[in-house]
Design a protein around this ligand. Sequence first.
Ligand code: 3AL
Ligand code: ZN
Ligand code: ZN
Length: 455
Amino acid sequence: MLLFKGRRVVLPGGEVRPASIRVSGGKIIDIVNGYIPGEQETDYEKIIDAGDYLLMPGVVDSHVHVNEPGRTPWEGYDTATKAGAAGGITTIVDMPLNSLPSTTSSVAFKTKIEAAQGKLNVDVGFWGGVVPGNQSELSQMLAQGVCGFKCFMIDSGVDEFPYVTEADIRGALEKLRGTDGRLLFHAEVDLPVPGTEENDPKKYKTFLDSRPDSWEVEAIDRVCKLCLEYGVPCHIVHLSAAGALPLVQKAKEAGARLTIETTHHYLTLAAEDIPDGATEYKCCPPIRSKENQRRLWEAVRSGLIDMVVSDHSPCTADLKLLDKGDFMKAWGGIASVQFGLPLFWTGCKQYDLNLSHVITCLCEAPAKLAGLQKRKGQIAVGMDADFVIWNPDDYTTIDTNSIYHKNKVTPFLNKKYNGKVLKTFVRGSLVYENGSFAEKPQGEALLLKHLKMKL
Ligand SMILES: NC(=O)N[C@H]1NC(=O)NC1=O
Ligand SMILES: [Zn+2]
Ligand SMILES: [Zn+2]
């Protein structure tokens, strides 16, 4: 048996108090009020003392593109999960696209799981994909254990993952009705935008104007309607346009089973500050204005936005076209899986949010989205002993040497944020401490069907 103890343990609801946590077989078996100072070392295999640092549930990032197999020069299981561990993340959920094959059939899903074997430094769940014509694969993939499915309503950036029409979406929702499956939407639709082709592709404004708010608003309106019509849980990934929030509110009030995520980059970076040619800031939908960002933070505070994730979508440096600075042709995607906790905490301090927002948005809600809520996202009896010990009063400076994901291009480079991750534990095992990782990868593939059998 292990004992984790601390004077500032973050419990469900964001309550912070002294507590001691007994862990056996990777699970939390007991939580005792108070910081048991007198316990004998010999009572436990090990005592892990967080002292005055925060002892919090491990962060769950439900939106990560790992890209393995197939695009391993971009990213891979080993490096993505090391970066996660260094950032206090104990579970990531892999997106179905950018790997080859993409996860759109049961055969492809098996290939994915095989590729992940032995390389996981934190636990990893998997989203499947909905593409035109693969509806007949969905129930088999659910039976195999995907957490749900993601689709695109616009070009995805990779040819092998085409976007879906309304008829395809209806077909998928039909299949998912009455199952545990849910559908995630990249919610932008391609509407005509007057005259942006002529503009200078090095200017950030050219790119921003080419993907206006209205694309998201229209797409989210369609999702809200379908969600209400079918009663299947639907989720909007990476909402950027605050102008879509009133629609979300209306749909939620009408009883839609709808959840919303935004990303750390939309909450931290703003269009006004993006230098021309700085394509490391390119992502889709785009980073918008400061005023837009303020409204996103208000929605995080109120709970209208349910969760905040990375949308870690790296590529090799050449594809960012940093030398040309061409926003229109560069790869769209930001690499940041390692930095979510300090990025979010920095904003929380600025916007006067607190630890209850941290554990709701970074731990509980993403765990629930992926169907992992009985194992992940909270410090509670019966849950996996996934913890991060961190110092909210120290700082993280992001430099190339301390980045563990494969490609180091990121708009967060050389910036300093509040909060520093000290140690990360997955199911009781130390996976990260001060720049070092467990010798043997401790993560496992989380297949929803097995989780259900165990519950
Ligand atoms: N294919 C892919 O990863 N696309 C992601 N990148 C990005 O910026 N937005 C996305 O949806
Ligand atoms: Zn997307
Ligand atoms: Zn994505």
